[in-house]
Design a protein around this ligand. Sequence first.
Ligand code: HEM
Length: 523
Amino acid sequence: MTTRVEAALPHALLFLVLFLSYVTLLHIAKRSKSKQQQQQGHGRLLPSPPGLPLIGHLHLAILYRLQGILPNVSFCDLTAKYGRDGLVLIRLGSMPMLAVSSRRAAEAVMRTQDHLLAWRPPSTMAHTLFYGSRDVIFASYSDHWRQAKKLLTTHLLTMKKVQSYRTVREEEVRRAMAKVSDAAMASKALDVSELLYGFTFDVMCRAAVSGRVVKADDDMSRLFRELINLTEKLIGGLNLEDYFPWLLRVGVFRRAVCAKADRLRKRWDELLDKVIDDHERNQAQQHEHDFVDVLLSHQHEYGLTKDHLKALLIDIFVAGTDTSYLVLEYAMVELVRNPHVTSRLQDEVRHRVLNTQEMVVTEEVASSMAYLKAFIKETLRLHPPAPMLAPHYSLTEVDIDGYVVPAKTPILINNWALARDSSVWKDAEEFKPERFMEMGSEASINFKGNDFQFLPFGAGRRMCPGINFSISSIEVLLANLVYHFNWEVPTVMGKTSIDMTEEVCMTLHRKEKLFLVPKMVGV
Ligand code: HEM
């Protein structure tokens, strides 16, 4: 005897087949309509791999992910297979996304059409976390963004202001050197990742909220570290609503997404309220002028509410800590993997310091070292912390290198691919700081992204305002690490190699912590 379920089964299957056919036809019709529209119009059709109804190319993204292939590498692969002129359009769910990996197209995005493409795509997570995008990174291209960025570039992160934190950096360098000396004396492998992150975070913390409020390794400092980490995970994680925005119309889903971000924002709120209130109370007797003091002193001039201040502070902590730390960590990795390069770097540092009679490498001396600068550039070329920059976006249709990009298509600049393009860079995969030295093939390249082949900090209106701040910390610590110590990879189970497996969340980083053995040198 057939049950009711068995009797209903053929109807259900028929319904499913009809539904899928309908969706497929709709998809094909939509594609050919947009093809026609673009062909009748002024531009060429953007190249794209064949996609599936509803999910677009989500299956490809999942396949790459299952094989452990990083997004920057999978975009390279898709561009090679389906792209043209360094462009490939993919669709994740209902969200189109254009990956750019040619110099010409990058120039079109960040120079020719920069005025149109200086927007950011909307993100529910970022909107909730950053007080309605009252920060700089996620702010839309608006008067608020212009004002806030001006405040950062003319008051907070100028070269003069960065130099005023020199004592902070030199004190933190001394603390770091003491930790390394202890490990060297005990002939122990050192958790270099923790050392470098601790240094970067402490410098940032003291510059932003001053050592009077937050002391190294106290509860407040641990809370800052935890919240930075959680924010990166939340923003850089897989947020389904970005690919299927219609999901946000489902009440339960929307509440779940917002609740997660809300909880984290409340924790930031509590912490930053304490910090700002403390600064307000002590404004008169404050000597050490940190970022909070500067923000408070310009609050009325720039029309900033307390929420603006908090959003800006979260931006600075999130954008400025992990990035600089990762450059230092990859620099140490390249140091031990390239002994030939290392001895040239040590020669430069030790020679210069002998000439100055100083016991430590000061910031002034470090900043005059040409090979050290080239070494840092080469590290940023091969290991940019933000391999796809931050997404750019236009509210209107825009022409990129003769192709029509529909309005509201997030654009990812594959800065990682551009910096490894073998048609542009000689020995692209090799670590050769010499290329950036005087007489080297890339001697004229700087951090401003003017050439559109080396873009670790982006270019154009949305370029990173933190270059001076990060480079000065990186230079002085790295110079001291190579001046006082030689570095070796510890032997673990008979092996002495470094695991280079990487992952991308908000930033590109190695999965494993870096452990190295420091050996004191008698200089
Ligand atoms: C080595 C260190 C750093 C790297 C590699 C880096 C890289 C970047 C990149 C790639 C962008 C996006 C550019 C674009 O959208 O085209 C960016 C934006 C930004 N960075 Fe950095 N950054 C670093 C350090 C810092 C520091 C130290 C700060 C602050 C103290 C900072 C604050 C910001 C801000 C506020 C933005 C948003 C700019 C905007 O949207 O207009 N960054 N950074």
